[in-house]
Design a protein around this ligand. Structure first.
Ligand code: C2E
Ligand code: CA
Ligand code: CA
Length: 542
């Protein structure tokens, strides 16, 4: 199975204190740095920096202390090496996690590097290939989220026709200046051709991107000083977001372009965010979902989770639907339909209540048993989610510290303030959170460290990929190890999912993974079968 993120490997992870004294280096990191096995850790991270890049590093840290990123040289073995460095501040302990990616191969490739310095002759903006490069670097560096904007001037053709090409050129030059002043000197900004501009925006929220788009429109709306009279122009902006709207440069640009055309068609707004046309959702299944809710066709199965000694410690509740019309329908198919129909808050609440009831029963045999329940991003978006969770716990009288809510990276990325409030409130009641499918959606470490998350679940895609083709598998193993050390460096525990073979199990055990879930040890099973497993493992009713 291929994953768009598999080739983005962190070469080293450091944890350092405020003065950059080194507290931790990941095992692969030590190897990469060529630290001799008997040598101690480098004392201070600054010692590893090339002296010529020290100023840049310090100024990046000073400008945005919570998160900064820079390309610098590190002293490594007897030589030096270009790296992309991303630093995330752990506010609670006032330390930094430094994620390092070796970019020396890319820097060596002169032809690629030269492109980055070419320019659009008219506006002086970077060339199209430089823009493409900037996006591709962004994709490789594992930045959690960014936006590609495509801005097209409205009515520019009239300027050319009525005032001539010289005035037209002047308008384009002035537009480039105005856009640059909005996005600042660091953002990649390019003229695609004609009156179309593209830019790359780093940022976490869609709201922030919309705000920038608004400011860009205002900048274009100011009168242009042309002869013989001023010119008034508008613009339309299409936005594509990574992740979600394309995994490579071509698709991000295409989707931004689609969105821009959509914006031109809309009467109400000149800004449009790409949205995939609802693909042929099966309307008859949709009708059946409504019926199923009324007729109680949904139920839960539980997939056991084991510690590294194969002892049963908990389970993940998984929703099942046996439809009288369609037979067994996979959650991969019905959950998006339920979400789209607006029924997920309802069904999700049901699942949580049901799982808590079941957990209470499990606790009679095994009081430490931990139940994980999936939460869809749309449940978080709904009103009173946190209260519903607390109600379910109160109603069942279950020990809240034995409940883990599995949330996805997209939950973390939507409305941060609201999510943070809900998470913190629930956390204060003892409930824990785990990031599901970790690594597939680029959650920013900054979120992970700020929010009360206690574990990550490494997606099956990564676990299975470890045994792929021999050439790919060593990179994939490196990636899994990097994820585990990264998680451990910020005190998160790690659950590996979809573990199907002894080889995977052994590798994960050796890499320090904490819990294992997968067909190797057990498929999802009924509550009755979980109770049998507990008895087999020696649990006795209290
Ligand atoms: P998920 O949360 O990533 O759940 C793990 C999925 O991997 C489950 O598929 C599980 O049966 C499957 N799995 C576990 N071990 C193995 C293995 O060794 N090999 C293979 N091939 N598969 C394995 P399932 O039950 O089909 O669920 C699919 C997805 O549906 C879940 O992915 C989750 O995103 C969603 N889902 C299921 N129940 C709920 C629920 O109650 N609420 C919400 N919001 N989503 C749910
Ligand atoms: Ca899950
Ligand atoms: Ca998962």
């Amino acid at each position: 199975m291929s994953s768009p993120t598999l080739d983005r490997v962190l070469d080293a992870v450091f944890r350092v204190d405020r003065t950059f004294d080194v507290k931790f280096i990941s095992e692969p990191g030590k190897h990469w740095l060529e630290v001799a096995p008997d040598a101690g850790l480098p004392k201070n991270f600054v010692e590893l920096l090339h002296p010529a890049d020290l100023e840049q590093f310090k100024s990046a840290c000073k400008t945005t202390p919570d998160f900064f990123s820079c390309d610098v040289r590190l002293i490594k073995g007897v030589g030096e090496c270009w790296v992309n460095l991303r630093a995330y501040r752990l506010t609670a302990v006032d330390q930094y996690v430094l994620c390092v990616i070796d970019i020396s191969a890319w820097r060596r490739d002169e032809s690629v590097y030269r492109l980055a310095t070419e320019h659009d002759e008219l506006t002086g903006l970077a060339s199209r290939s430089a823009f493409k490069n900037a996006v591709e670097i962004q994709l490789r560096s594992g930045v959690p989220t960014f936006f590609v904007f495509l801005l097209d001037l409205d009515g520019f053709k009239n300027v050319n026709d009525a005032l001539g090409h010289a005035e037209g050129d002047a308008v384009l030059i002035e537009t480039a200046k105005r856009l640059r002043s909005v996005v600042g000197p660091e953002s990649a900004l390019t003229r695609l051709g004609g009156d179309e501009f593209v830019l790359l925006l780093n940022g976490a929220s869609v709201e922030a991107a919309k705000e920038v788009a608004k400011t860009l429109l205002q900048a274009v709306a100011r009168p242009y000083d042309t002869h013989p009279h001023d010119t008034y122009l508008g613009a339309s902006i299409g936005i594509a977001r990574f992740p979600g709207h394309g995994a490579d440069y071509g698709s991000l640009l295409k989707n931004a372009d689609n969105a821009m055309h959509q914006a031109k068609r809309m009467a109400t707004s000149r800004v449009c965010i790409f949205s995939a046309a609802q693909d042929n959702t099966d309307f008859s299944i949709r009708a059946a979902v409504h019926k199923a809710i009324h007729e109680g066709e949904f139920y839960l199965e539980y997939q056991p989770q084991f510690d590294i000694n194969r002892q049963l410690v908990g389970a993940e509740a998984l929703m099942r639907w046996f439809s009288s019309d369609y037979g067994q329908v996979s959650p991969v198919k019905f959950i998006p339909i339920v979400e789209e129909a607006g029924l997920m808050p309802f069904l999700g609440q049901w699942a949580l209540r049901y799982a808590c009831h079941q957990l209470k029963q499990f606790h009679a045999l095994m009081p430490n048993f931990v139940m994980s329940v999936n939460v869809s991003p749309v449940q978080f978006g709904g009103d009173g989610f946190d209260q519903h969770v607390l109600d379910a716990i109160a109603e069942t009288g279950v020990d809240s510290t034995k409940v883990i809510l599995e949330i996805t990276e997209s939950t973390l990325m939507q409305s941060q303030e609201r999510t943070e409030l809900a998470l913190t409130k629930l956390c204060n009641h003892g409930i824990r959170f785990s990031i599901d499918d970790f690594g597939t959606g680029f959650s920013s470490l900054a979120y992970l460290t700020r929010l009360p998350v206690s574990s990550i679940k490494i997606d099956k895609a990564f676990v299975s990929a470890m045994e792929n083709l021999p050439s790919a598998s060593s990179t994939n193993r490196k990636l899994v190890t990097a994820m585990i050390s990264l998680a451990h460096s910020i005190d998160l525990s790690v659950v590996a999912e979809g573990v199907e073979t002894e080889t995977e199990f052994d590798f994960l055990r050796q890499s320090g993974c904490n819990l294992i879930q997968g067909y190797l040890l057990s498929r999802p099973i009924s509550a009755a079968t979980v109770l049998q497993l507990m008895k087999q493992s020696g649990a006795v009713a209290t």
